[in-house]
Design a protein around this ligand. Structure first.
Ligand SMILES: [Zn+2]
Length: 284
């Protein structure tokens, strides 16, 4: 009988995410990371801890304007945003290069509201779009999928990728009970009611995962906003179980090649449980 391969997981973490991160997001970082230690994640031989470097400014310039970069520097969050993006770049490169199967990236500021020339909503540099740029510069990668399950609309990501036919952008958001395709079928918005619970979320998540599977991407980024939890600040009323169910459903179609990137969520206890559920699943 063939042995079942244990998947390799990279966890990206830097202490600056807790010390200098954006206030609504930074308080969750250290307790969540400590909880992973307490629950034995880093005792597993197949889990690799990665301390990221800041992303080079030349790479940021390929995604954001000079004015945007100057504005982020003036905000005081440039360093933490550059290290957050650097972590996503490293994780994505490790996945595509085959050093790890999957990754989970902690961040000190989020990315999906950062557009080419604007930032808001705790997002300064668009970490995933910067990582896509790096992947495209450094090797033959074609198709990329982004599944954004943060309940806020990923307007910055949409602004940057536009109707790029090689990037599938599936974008969960709150406020409209409808789903629609936009811009040549590669952009797919999934609007759910404010009070959407686990079963509603999972019905649409399974549709999203199937759509991503049919697209045959070489890497899948997940914008992992757990502000969708019933006790957190975003819309949707998800329970702890939803994050585990999502990770399992995605893992059935994509046992490898998934890069989770932390997004919204300020709750400490629900954050601990959500992050532990995903990272333990990816390393068991
Ligand atoms: Zn959010």
């Amino acid at each position: 009988m063939e042995a079942i391969k244990t998947r390799k997981l990279a966890v990206v973490f830097h202490p600056i995410f807790a010390s200098n991160g954006y206030p609504p997001l930074k308080d969750r970082v250290e307790p969540s990371f400590e909880y992973l230690k307490e629950t034995g994640l880093f005792a597993k031989e197949n889990v690799l801890l990665v301390k990221p470097e800041p992303v080079p400014e030349e790479l940021i310039r390929r995604v954001h304007s000079e004015k945007h970069i100057a504005d982020v520097k003036a905000s005081g969050y440039f360093e933490v945003a550059a290290i957050s993006a650097g972590g996503v770049v490293s994780a994505a490169s490790m996945i595509v290069g085959g050093q790890v199967d999957n990754a989970f990236c902690f961040v000190g500021s989020a990315g999906h509201h950062a557009s080419r020339e604007g930032y808001w909503g705790f997002c300064f540099l668009n970490d995933i779009c910067i990582a896509i740029e790096e992947l495209r510069m450094s090797g033959p990668i074609r198709k990329i999928a982004i599944i954004d399950i943060d309940p806020h609309y990923g307007d910055g990501t949409r602004d940057i990728i536009g109707d790029d036919p090689l990037v599938l952008h599936i974008n969960f958001h709150s406020g409209a009970a409808r789903s629609r395709y936009l811009d040549g079928n590669n952009n797919f918005d999934i609007g759910l009611p404010f009070d959407a619970r686990d079963d509603t979320f999972m019905t649409f998540a399974e549709t999203a995962i199937e759509r991503a599977y049919r697209f045959s991407p070489e890497i899948v980024f997940v914008v992992f906003g757990y502000d969708s939890h019933e006790s957190d600040y975003g819309a949707f009323m998800l329970s702890d179980e939803a994050y585990s169910r999502f990770a399992h459903a995605l893992g059935l179609r994509f046992p490898q090649k998934v890069c989770y990137v932390l997004s919204g969520g300020s709750g400490v206890e629900n954050g601990k449980r959500a992050i532990a559920a995903v990272t333990h699943y990816l390393s068991d």
